[in-house]
Design a protein around this ligand. Structure first.
Ligand code: CP
Length: 314
């Protein structure tokens, strides 16, 4: 792993979003992820790439996949990893985000991986601290490592983005995963479309080069990749659709609906899935579905990101 050549990458000490990455940088990450995935799956040993470095996860929202895979990735590269449980930290005594960040910097954290309900929280820390900040999902804004692992999972299966039709389904409005997918996939040359209830599709989404559908059955025709998004009931202060029953009827990916897409269509979901709401159990467990592969790829993606950010510090 030490022999990977990288001529200066992410033009920043931080990874805040995929909006700021160039196509060439995304391609370089995809190539690196391949190497890190082989290393992760095959090697019983650790790499010393992050030996002597400390990574702290600071999650203001719950997580299973992102937090654990950052921890696994960092440990595989020999970093020390510490996790802050926000609801038992001094945040509950009223400590501000910036003061919390400064405290972790004073403890010589090399990387802070932050998830926050406020869009832009990682950017605030990145501007304030010398520590590398990695956005693990902020509000409705971006979830860049999820975007990268989705990109890699598609590339691993389809080998190209050229003329590839990718459909994002459901709650686009509240989804930071959708935003990171759109930034990355459009830069790589894929044809991106979204489908969902009009109340869950942002009015300006077409400006990002995305086609908009409201009829799921029509949108599925000729689609190569379907990325189903979780209905984020916890972010919805008002009713965006009449009832869950109605949503299921119009937008759940069922076995019957899946037949309208290509036979080799890739079915993805960032997780956690709401079985029986946005996706049927039958489809979630079908051979078209790569949800668990996405999770494994997430570790390799985070290894590649940590490697690249660390390289900029050397
Ligand atoms: N996809 C994703 O971000 O999952 P977690 O919330 O479990 O991290």
């Amino acid at each position: 792993m030490k022999n990977i050549i990288c001529n200066g990458f992410l033009n920043s000490k931080d990874l805040l979003g995929l909006e700021y990455l160039q196509k060439e940088e995304l391609q370089l990450i995809l190539n690196l992820v391949n190497d890190f995935k082989n290393f992760f799956l095959v090697s019983n040993t650790k790499s010393s790439i992050l030996s002597g470095k400390t990574l702290i996860t600071l999650f203001y929202e719950p997580s299973t996949r992102t937090r654990i895979s950052f921890e696994l990735a960092a440990k595989k590269l020999s970093a020390e990893v510490l996790n802050i449980t926000v609801n038992t930290s001094s945040v509950v005594k009223g400590e501000s985000l910036i003061d919390t960040g400064k405290t972790l910097e004073a403890m010589k954290a090399d990387f802070i991986v932050i998830r926050h309900y406020f869009s832009g929280a990682p950017n605030i820390l990145a501007r304030t601290l010398k520590t590398s900040i990695i956005n693990a999902g902020d509000g409705f804004h971006e979830h860049p490592t999820q975007g990268l692992l989705d990109l890699y999972t598609i590339y691993e299966s389809k080998k190209t983005f050229c003329n590839l039709k990718v459909l994002l389904v459901g709650d686009i409005l509240h989804s930071r995963v959708a935003k990171s997918n759109i930034w990355a996939l459009t830069k790589m040359g894929a044809q991106v479309a979204v489908v969902g209830p009009s109340t869950l599709i942002p009015a300006s989404i077409q400006e990002l080069g995305v086609k908009v559908y409201y009829d799921f059955d029509k949108a599925l025709v000729d689609t190569d990749v379907i990325n189903i998004l979780r209905i984020q009931l916890e972010r919805q202060q008002e009713n965006f659709f009449p009832s869950v029953h109605e949503y299921v009827k119009l937008y759940q990916l069922t076995k019957k609906r899946l037949l309208k897409a290509k036979s080799d269509v890739l079915v993805m979901h960032p997780g956690p899935i709401n079985r029986g709401i946005e996706i049927s159990s039958e489809v979630a467990d079908s051979t078209n579905t790569v949800i668990n592969k996405q999770v494994t790829n997430g570790i390799a993606v985070r290894m590649a990101v940590l490697y690249l950010l660390n390289k900029r510090k050397l």
